[in-house]
Write a protein that binds this ligand. Structure first.
Ligand code: ADP
Ligand code: MG
Ligand code: ZN
Length: 624
């Protein structure tokens, strides 16, 4: 324990701004020096130890020039300038001996005798003897520290792993974040709280303790907080929620304590906890192991945030994409009392994000990013950044000098459905079935009033899909009407129905369509109250089982009778949609055939070509 203490103290001392490299270098130099000293030292001329009577007879013979006495040691210099040593007894007095022997101590022939202090003189050789040992010890210590994982972690299990950014060299600024005006405004205010706290305190305003960034994955929460770090001009500690969670119970809480200690020392500053849902779930909700640890960690965060007094200038920023599962205690005033919601970007936001990410990438002058923004509803910031990158890669692979619309549109498909799989060989028959299937989707969509227009049909395999029909919404949409759902269902079933009408057969190709249709129909009944028979209420309570992070259990809060009604309603909704699809496709069978044949010939139909095809007159039937 004592050693541990010493080590950790030492740990503190060693932080003299030395990087690990310079320490290695120092040790290497010291070692080298030590080796050189031992190797190059001339072999010390072993002075012979004389007996006292030899010294006396030499003195009598007049061979001695000087004797230096250090305690019991005699250092003798002969007249030939040779150095020799000797010792006398503790109680023996050299002067007395010489006097008795009749050796002159003064006069021309005399031996000079000098007395010198003995202390301190013997230290140097001792030190020299121990030098290798000290070096070796140092090396061992150093290696141990390294083995324990870096200078700061030698004994620092409980230290928070937070990285501190000083904001001197902002890598990300607010200008890198696009399309989230409200979020930026809110956070700019936070930055101002920290730089001008007196202004707010003078008016008695309580500075917010915590700001929670909420939004679906990829909407720029982490990015925005890094921009705050870049803009704040105050220290910024960043840690991810999962870093609190360790094998050992109590470590998380200790890390929280350490993090907040550091933060308070650096106030005013910002603490950023990314993915806080990793520790901030409802307490007591966990199954499986490890939730005790999480509870302790969460409790520690709560008590640390309560522990700030009004003029502690520390603001805690946290991000999550699951605000619904956070512990209510985290959300009460005085803790994360501010929320910044980052939504999927709308069309203008998408355009702005595309612009940010296409900076430094040469775009063809004909490219209008507004068009791409229009074609990418539902894309998150991360998707858009990915889209631009994919386009750049495609253009590079094609040996182009700049990125053109072709690459951008191709990338949209890649982001939605995965890369084309041209290598996947389809038999003629399969190609035909796929063509009719996709033509079926497209034609039904074309004929119904409440569906997004078809933008592209393709029978080139992508990802897991054999073919692919992409519709393009005319506007961003936040509400879906019942009519839209119904038409969507008919469109989804169009592929399956077309196969049935043309080939009088069904294939596995419709699996995904049917699954999605069933899910939509069920949600219409059980969640959106869109069933006339069952009325506006929800059925079933979805519980989230924490340890998998997925909805896996649905609690039934209705009777078996109602369950039957739900099934019947879902069945009816699907049935109606199926009839609609069948009706359209039988009436327009000639058109269906026309589209499918064109599709087999060209593999991909889109935009104006597609519109022209829909509107073109049917080919006159070949004369019999
Ligand atoms: P999350 O919300 O999941 O933390 P990130 O902040 O990690 O999302 O975003 C991932 C990437 O997506 C960012 O690094 C950035 O390239 C891009 N991105 C997301 N949102 C935006 C945005 N609003 N403006 C610019 N780029 C964005
Ligand atoms: Mg993130
Ligand atoms: Zn389909």
């Amino acid at each position: 324990m004592a050693i541990n203490r010493w080590l950790s103290n030492y740990n503190g001392v060693m932080k003299l701004n030395m990087s690990r490299h310079s320490i290695i270098l120092l040790i290497a130099i010291a070692l080298l020096a030590a080796i050189l000293v031992t190797v190059l030292q001339p072999p010390a001329e072993e002075p012979r130890e004389l007996a006292l009577n030899e010294v006396i007879s030499m003195a009598k013979a007049g061979e001695i020039l000087e004797i230096v006495v250090r305690g019991t040691a005699l250092e003798i210099t002969t007249i030939d300038q040779e150095k020799q040593t000797s010792t006398i007894g503790e109680a023996t007095d050299l002067l007395e001996v010489f006097h008795q022997e009749g050796i002159p101590i003064s006069g021309a022939q005399a031996v000079t005798i000098r007395f010198e202090e003995e202390v301190g003189i013997t230290w140097f050789p001792v030190l020299l003897n121990f030098l290798p040992l000290i070096l070796f010890g140092g090396l061992l210590f150093f290696l141990l520290r390294r083995a324990a994982g870096g200078p700061n972690q030698a004994m620092g299990f409980a230290r928070s792993k937070a990285r501190m950014f000083s904001g001197d060299k902002p890598t990300v600024t607010f200008s890198d974040v696009a399309g989230v005006a409200e979020g930026k405004e809110e956070l700019q205010e936070v930055v101002e709280f920290l730089s001008n706290s007196e202004k707010f305190l003078a008016l008695g305003a309580r500075i917010p303790r915590g700001v929670l960034l909420v939004g679906p994955p990829g909407t720029g929460k982490t990015l925005l907080s890094r921009a705050v770090a870049g803009e704040a001009g105050v220290p910024f500690f960043s840690i991810s929620g999962s870093e609190f969670v360790e094998m050992f119970v109590g470590v998380g809480a200790a890390r929280v304590r350490d993090l907040f200690d550091q933060a308070k020392r650096h106030a005013p500053c910002i603490v950023f906890v990314d993915e806080i849902d990793a520790v901030g779930r409802h307490r007591g909700a966990g199954l499986g192991g490890g939730h005790d640890e999480r509870e302790q960690t969460l409790n520690q965060i709560l008590s640390e945030m309560d522990g700030f007094d009004t003029n502690t200038n520390v603001i805690v920023l946290a991000a999550t994409n699951r605000p619904d599962i956070l512990d209510p205690a985290l959300l009460r005033p005085g803790r994360f009392d501010r929320r910044v919601v980052l939504d999927q970007p709308d069309i203008n936001g998408r355009k702005a994000i595309l612009e940010v990410h296409s900076q430094g990438k040469p775009l063809d002058s004909a490219v209008d990013l507004g068009v791409i923004a229009k074609q990418t509803p539902g894309f998150s910031g991360a998707d858009l950044s990915n889209l631009i990158n994919e386009a750049a890669i495609l253009a590079a692979r094609r040996g182009k000098k700049d990125i053109s619309l072709v690459e951008l549109e191709e990338s949209i498909d890649r982001v939605i459905a995965g890369p084309e799989r041209k290598s996947r060989l389809m038999s003629r028959k399969e190609k035909e079935i796929t063509a009719y299937h996709e033509a079926g989707h497209a034609l039904v969509a074309r004929m119904l009033p409440n569906v997004d227009p078809v933008h592209k049909i393709s029978i080139i395999a992508r990802g897991m899909m054999a073919g692919y029909t992409r519709q393009l919404p005319t506007e961003d949409r936040y509400l879906v009407t019942r009519s839209q759902f119904n038409d969507m269902l008919a469109t989804l079933l169009g592929g399956h129905t077309a196969e049935e009408i043309i080939f009088d057969e069904m294939t596995t190709g419709s699996q995904n369509d049917i699954e999605r249709a069933t899910k939509i129909a069920r949600m219409m009944v059980t969640e959106y109250g869109m069933s006339d028979k069952l009325g506006p209420r929800t059925f079933g309570k979805r519980e989230e089982l924490v340890f998998l992070g997925k909805e896996i259990s649905e609690q039934r809060d209705y009777s078996d009778k109602v369950a039957e009604d739900i099934d019947a309603e879902v069945h009816d909704i699907i049935d109606r949609a199926y009839n609609v699809a069948q009706d359209i496709l039988t009436k327009n069978k000639a058109k269906l055939i026309q589209i499918a044949e064109r599709l087999m010939a060209e593999e991909t139909l889109e935009g104006k070509t597609l519109d022209a095809l829909f509107d073109s007159p049917l080919p006159s039937p070949a004369p019999a």
